[in-house]
Design a protein around this ligand. Structure first.
Ligand code: PLP
Length: 472
């Protein structure tokens, strides 16, 4: 293997656009210096982003500069906080270029909180359909429980290995099946947290024109791609800020079209969501705007940190972030795909596209020994941990992506689940499906990834070349 400087020179020759992202190297050396000081090879950006020291300083200074009360009262500390909360709503809309005439921001604890709000409040009924690709996070899959309990039909549309993109004709056919007399919901991820595939945003307009509300899961997409809600106009968008900014955790949002939000019916009320509630009168009246969806006291001290973080991302620009991640992912995927044992068999099998178009910086794969056995992803994780490489293994809460990639059939799953109606541990599940792999290794790149990160990972991956299963 070439030395790091030699390999980087070749990489820069093949990916000339990378040079234009130099600002991120400077930031990594300053604002993110702890990564290199502590020797981390961080490859889990789809798990969470990494924050800049300057974000923490700005937030600390903000906290120390004033006294902030619980919002929604007229007292001075409360009024100040209310103003800051509303300002953050405006900044989020601006960041995603969403018109305040059309969209509102509901703050939630995370993307899952936003998805649950839609799921539990969507007016599913017997004639409704809930359509979704196999390739979804469990927090989207879980909406099917709300749909089914209202008698709606749940329809999964397949993704096809090895590229893991949607079967376009199946999806187009499913989109023709909305009942115009009912509310129908189509939910999909802008970027898969399993394979890194970017599912086309054009499905938004197409689905809406055929009678669907569209719920776009942008959690894995927005850390490295600009989402412009003036050109792509889903009804609902969910995301978690820590995935973009690293800090703060505990804040996500639902960005909703006002008209779509007005269709939702909350199953309960709570402090913060009503204008009036009466005990003896047994009535309650919901707020009209986003407050109707924010249960109790929101994370008001943390919201300004979202604003600092978004300002930081804007000062870097998505262009540089996206270009950098695309270049590094292109190199990493090519190197992994080319890695062979001496007998010519591949060391790594990638689940997802090899080309860089319409794919993000998540790469899912499994390792194979030279005698053709897959190496348990937990073993790879253990070896990576020892090398101070942070990656993620398993199915990343995306069982449909995993089943499609690993070739686990509906029949196998049904046999297994019929045999075990109650609790099922992961080990029992593996035994049940004949010891097939139930997961993969995921490497994901982000804001301050650099060439040394992907080079270190390739050096690690080469250690498995020409190893028999019993030698690992
Ligand atoms: C595509 C996608 N959707 C939803 C989620 C859920 O995000 P959270 O756990 O922050 O609610 C994740 C988290 O990894 C994700 O990658």
């Amino acid at each position: 293997m070439n030395t790091l400087p030699e390999a980087e020179q070749l990489f820069r020759r093949d990916y000339p656009d990378y040079a234009g992202t130099r600002l991120l190297d400077e930031l990594r050396a300053g604002d993110y210096e702890r990564l290199d000081r502590l020797g981390h090879v961080y490859l889990d950006y789809t798990g969470s982003g990494v924050y800049a020291a300057s974000q923490i300083r700005a937030h600390t200074e903000f906290l120390l500069a004033n006294v902030y009360g619980n919002p929604h009262s007229t007292n001075p500390t409360s009024a100040l906080t209310t103003q800051l909360v509303e300002r953050t709503r405006t900044r989020v809309l601006e960041f995603f270029n969403a018109s305040p005439q059309e969209y509102v921001v509901v703050f939630t604890p995370n993307a899952t909180g936003a998805l649950k709000l839609v799921g539990e409040s969507y007016p599913f009924q017997r004639r409704s359909r809930f359509l979704l690709p196999f390739d979804n996070h469990n927090s989207v899959n879980g909406i099917r429980e709300f749909a089914r309990s209202a008698g709606a039909t749940v329809v999964y549309t397949p993704v096809v290995p090895p590229d893991m993109r949607c079967d376009v004709s199946a999806l187009a056919a499913h989109l023709e099946q909305a009942d115009p007399t009912a509310d129908n919901l189509f939910a999909y991820p802008a970027q898969s947290n399993f394979s890194g595939v970017q599912h086309s945003l054009e499905w938004v307009t197409r689905a809406r024109s055929r009678g669907w509300h569209v719920l776009l899961d942008a959690a894995a997409y927005v850390p490295t791609n600009r989402l412009d809600l003036a050109s792509c106009q889903p009804d609902f968008v969910c995301l978690s800020f820590y995935k973009i900014l690293g800090y703060p955790t505990g804040v996500g949002c639902l960005i909703a079209r006002k008209a779509a939000l007005a269709r939702l019916r909350r199953p309960w009320f709570s402090g913060g969501t009503i204008t009036v509630a009466s005990v003896q009168g047994d009535r309650h009246y919901m707020h009209e705007g986003p407050e109707a969806f924010e249960d109790g006291t929101i994370n008001y001290l943390t919201l300004p940190a979202v604003e600092f973080g978004l300002r930081h991302i804007s000062s870097i620009g998505y262009e540089a972030i996206h270009t950098r991640v695309a270049c590094l992912t292109g190199w990493l995927v090519q190197q992994l795909a080319a890695l062979r044992h001496q007998n010519g068999s591949p060391v790594v099998r990638i689940y997802g596209p090899i080309a860089t178009d319409a794919r993000g910086g998540s790469v899912a794969c499994n390792f194979y020994s030279c005698d053709g056995h897959f190496i348990d992803h937990r073993v790879i994780e253990d070896r990576a941990n020892r090398a101070n490489i942070s990656l993620r293994t398993g199915c990343f809460c995306n069982p449909g992506g995993g089943e499609a990639a690993l070739g686990i059939s509906a029949e196998e799953l049904s046999t297994c689940f019929t045999r075990t109606p109650e609790r099922l541990s992961l080990d029992d599940f593996r035994r049940c499906i004949d010891d097939k792999s139930t997961g993969a290794v995921r490497l994901s790149l982000g804001l301050v990834s650099n060439f040394a990160d992907v080079y270190q990972f390739m050096r690690f991956a080469r250690r498995f070349a020409d190893k028999r299963a019993d030698e690992i």
